[in-house]
Design a protein around this ligand. Structure first.
Ligand code: 2M8
Length: 444
């Protein structure tokens, strides 16, 4: 950890910790104080990475609260509901998750997943805590849970054994209304009677301009009803689910998390080779099947149409670099694409990269995952650039993340053209990953 920080940065560290304290419920950290009152899966993983810099106890409690809500089949749920907070759609009653025999009896959860960053978070907590007896005890507790979580993904979401798992709802990607899903959403022609009755809560907390449009919410809700009608039985769901996608970021994060799981098993004296093999199979599958030679990027694959999804999101570049998937030449071409005004890496704007090609069809500078800067995607990219030896770019991105938070606040996302913050303020993973950038020695 850095011993002395510039006074303005020391103040930023203090503010970031205050955001996390403000959102800490005593059991988990709310992603945002009003918009997101429950516990979210990948938010908790990323927040634990932030806590691992200065508060191991909090990191362990955060992850333990999520892990304790796991399903019997290994599924780690996207949301663990806190019954004290009602104002969120879709709430407990809309999901009907407990109709699944796999749902836990002691916790209320949703019935989908989010990107698997948890083994990575656990490993970071262990390493940064000094690897003592207590940290080892946490590894021993987490190991079987992480193993069955990854087993669930490979067993239920990769039935053909390709090394690529599918997601079945845009919410599972974490990038809810990305233009990547537009072609599928358009195909989903709903009759009025197929649209569930629901009331959104999000547009009461933040501007409707910043959030997905209602045609998207209709389809989000339709898919939830579709899963509930099938009792969350994966074999039945995959038979005719209209949304089945092999997502680049999800699979890249899984690949890296498998390597972290291998590392955990090594520390515990277990055999790491099954996890190493699975990680390498996934890495090869991403590199072979999802690479788009013409545009020098990876593309998501739509399993329903059998076609690649030609939409250019920065997560499709950040994920594979983060997980060390492309060879040097592909990585060089990807970085060159990131440097173009489409994404703006290291450019005159001085902001981190946009989530979607700024000149792409459907780009919006403010509407959620359709273009704004997100700190988690940039943090994955920063790690990837470090990994491939693009030290100057990585340092520039680290500086840009820190400056944006210092100048604008810890917002959920930012307009890439002005830097202005949007969505929820006091957003936990923004604060947590800024702390990671500030408190870790660059390059360590
Ligand atoms: C956003 O998604 C939730 C649904 O999961 C929502 O819009 O209500 C996404 O940004 C997602 O990635 C994130 O985990 C969640 C909580 O921060 O909010």
């Amino acid at each position: 950890m850095v011993a002395v920080l510039r006074p303005d940065l020391a103040e930023l560290v203090r503010q970031a910790k205050m955001v996390l304290d403000f959102n800490w419920t005593g059991e988990y950290t709310k992603p945002g104080p009003r918009l997101y009152p429950h516990q979210w899966s990948w938010d908790s993983g990323l927040v634990a990475i932030g806590y691992s810099c200065y508060d191991t106890g909090r990191a362990v409690r955060e992850l333990t609260h999520l892990f304790d809500a796991r399903w019997k089949n290994g599924l780690l749920p996207q949301i663990v509901f806190d019954p004290r907070f009602g104002r969120y759609f879709p709430g407990i009653d809309f999901w009907h998750a407990d109709e699944s025999p796999d749902a836990p009896s002691h916790a209320k959860t949703s019935g989908i997943v989010q990107p698997p960053v948890h083994a990575t978070a656990v490993m970071r907590v262990y390493r940064r805590s000094g690897e003592g007896a207590q940290a080892r005890a946490f590894l021993e507790y987490a190991y079987p849970i992480l193993r069955s979580w990854h087993d669930y993904l490979y067993r239920e979401r990769d039935p053909e054994g390709e090394g690529l798992v599918y997601i079945r709802h845009p919410w599972e990607s974490g990038m809810d209304n990305s233009p990547m899903w537009d072609s599928i959403m358009m195909r989903l022609q709903l009759r009025p009677e197929e649209i569930p009755t629901y009331q959104r809560a999000d547009t009461h907390a933040v501007s409707a301009e910043d959030r997905p449009v209602s045609a998207e919410y209709d389809r989000f809700a339709y898919l939830v009803r579709f899963f509930a009608d099938r009792g969350y039985d994966e074999a039945r769901i995959r038979q005719d689910c209209p949304f089945l996608v092999q997502d680049v970021l999800f699979n890249s994060l899984l690949c890296e998390a498998e390597r972290d799981l291998a590392e955990i098993s090594r520390v515990l004296g277990e055999d790491p080779s099954p996890f190493e093999r699975r990680a390498e199979k996934t890495a090869r599958a991403i590199d072979r099947r999802l690479w788009d030679e013409e545009h020098a990027t990876y593309l998501d694959h739509d399993l329903v149409s059998g076609c690649p999804i030609h939409a250019y999101a920065s997560s499709n570049l950040a994920g594979p670099l983060y997980a060390g998937i492309p060879g040097e030449e592909r990585a060089r071409r990807m970085v060159a694409l990131l440097e173009t005004p489409c994404f703006g890496l290291g450019g005159a704007h001085g902001t981190p990269v946009a989530s979607y090609d700024r000149y792409g069809y459907g780009f919006s500078p403010v509407r959620y995952w359709r273009g704004p800067v997100w700190i988690n995607v940039n943090w994955f990219l920063m790690r990837g650039l470090e990994r491939y030896g693009y030290g100057e770019h990585a340092a520039g991105l680290r500086g840009a993340i820190v400056s944006l938070c210092r100048d604008e606040g810890f917002y959920e996302y930012f307009d890439p053209t002005t830097g202005m913050g949007h969505g929820s303020d006091l957003f936990s993973w923004t604060a947590a990953l800024a702390l990671d950038c500030l408190l870790e020695n660059p390059g360590a």
